[in-house]
Ligand binder design. Structure first.
Ligand SMILES: [Ca+2]
Ligand SMILES: [Ca+2]
Ligand SMILES: [Ca+2]
Ligand SMILES: [Ca+2]
Length: 433
């Protein structure tokens, strides 16, 4: 294994709004003209462990890479060995370097892509991650969805052998900003849900020939979908047992027979201007699937859309927009990554999301320098079709990228969170018993 040790370098100047974002929460006040609510003080219920402060990816994942019984964290070209994540080992080459200016005007070289540390905007080649044993050898492999419009790759777990992991191209044109890895066709294997060549669809691999490129199944006509299209998701919207596909302008109904002939039936709906990962799940317990999505990945608002008896949709705002505080009164911008998980073990599915840090740099999008919050929203059902969410702050200075992972890192039975973005990577572990 290739073990890396931390390299100490002079720190670049952290000026202006970045310095602001690093201030303790108690000093944070809303910026002039800003809408974001200042986050409350951290209550100690979560422990944050920064793993690296270099920008290599907008996502992260976690699985037991070396099969020692401890879940490991995977971020960009590295895996960090659990349970302390102090040893990092290379998966693919980490040769990218960028420059940052020091106070005296000199330049320093920084590992990775332009992000928080270089105070300059850039983009990585690794946007979203997933974990699955693709080749069926009993070892979990690492799936990398690259820059929007580029390849989806999978790196083959080397089963504790030394050296880089073998790279395989799964799908060459992965459009959409939130491709997902989930079972669409119901065969029990996850598929790559994305857009490609203007079509909505999914890619599957052949377990008998796992090294071959995956097969693309388009389910829509050629439309205006492109690499930077926002909002895509899945769930059984009509309760027929088959997974349907969601996007910002509606849902596509999976037919009874997947013969590849003709597009799936589209049902128009207004699920916002284009969010991130979208989910169909019954929020209020009335037996009908509802749709959870952010309304605009680079704007504001997290919402659930209640499916009414006539198949219509009623929007319930959970976090606010500049126009409305929403049910929780919590407002933050750039909800560009969303995961669902039962965070408190009560059997109801909660929402985890946060602010994408510097999606378009320190001057792009609304309030790029407001606190980089990470929240979970606890679902409460009131009966009679009522539902509401109770906000719980996880952290106020990590945010999200375009994907993150919710999984139990320390085997205490409670979900933890792994984040990768332009600030680096963080493990957020539920504290206490
Ligand atoms: Ca391990
Ligand atoms: Ca494998
Ligand atoms: Ca269905
Ligand atoms: Ca419902």
């Amino acid at each position: 294994m290739i073990a890396h040790t931390a390299i100490h370098r002079p720190r670049p100047v952290l000026t202006g709004m970045l310095a602001f974002s690093l201030m303790p929460a108690c000093f944070l006040m809303p910026q002039a003209g800003a809408q974001s609510t200042p986050p409350p003080a951290l209550d100690g219920s979560w422990k944050k462990q920064p793993l690296i402060d270099l920008f290599w990816a907008e996502g992260a994942t976690a699985f037991d890479v070396n099969q020692d019984g401890h879940v490991d964290v995977i971020y960009g070209p590295y895996w960090f060995a659990g349970p302390d994540y102090r040893q990092r080992t290379l998966i693919y080459p980490d040769a990218t370097r960028t420059k940052a200016k020091l106070e005296d005007g000199s330049e320093v070289e920084i590992e990775g892509f332009h992000g928080a540390k270089s105070v300059t905007n850039g983009y990585s080649d690794n946007f979203l991650n997933a974990a699955h044993d693709i080749n069926g050898d009993g070892w979990t492999d690492y799936i990398v969805m690259g820059f929007p419009g580029k390849e989806t790759l999978w790196y083959e777990n080397p089963k504790n052998a030394a050296g880089l992991w073998k790279k395989h191209v799964a799908h060459d044109v992965t459009d959409s900003e939130s491709p997902m890895f989930t079972d669409i066709d119901g065969d029990g294997r996850p598929d790559l849900l994305c857009m490609s060549g203007g079509h909505l669809g999914y890619a599957t691999w052949d377990p008998k020939n796992p090294e071959a490129q995956w097969t693309w199944h388009q389910i829509s006509p050629r439309l205006a979908f492109q690499r930077f299209t926002h909002g895509i998701g899945h769930g059984d919207v009509n309760g027929d047992g088959r997974t349907d596909i969601l996007e910002a302008t509606g849902w596509w109904e999976q037919p009874a027979v997947l013969d590849g002939k003709g597009p799936w039936k589209k049902h128009d709906a207004d699920f916002g201007k284009g969010g991130a990962q979208m989910y169909a799940t019954d929020v209020n317990g009335d037996g009908r699937a509802d749709v959870i999505t952010s309304l605009q990945a680079h704007g504001y608002g997290l919402a659930w859309h209640e499916q009414t008896a006539d198949g219509g949709w009623k929007r319930h705002l959970i976090t606010g927009t500049p126009e409305s505080p929403g049910q929780t009164g919590i407002i933050f911008s750039q909800p560009h990554a969303i995961e669902l998980a039962d965070m408190n073990g009560d059997g109801l599915t909660d929402i985890v999301t946060g602010k994408r840090f510097w999606a378009h740099g320190k001057g792009g999008d609304p309030e790029p320098n407001a606190p980089a919050v990470l929240w979970w929203f606890e679902l409460k059902r009131g009966g009679d079709g009522l539902a509401s969410y109770v906000p719980h702050l996880i952290d106020n200075d990590c945010g999200v990228g375009t994907q993150f992972a919710v999984t139990d890192l320390n085997a205490d039975g409670r979900p933890d969170v792994v984040v990768g973005n332009k600030k680096g990577a963080f493990a957020l572990v539920r504290a206490g018993q």
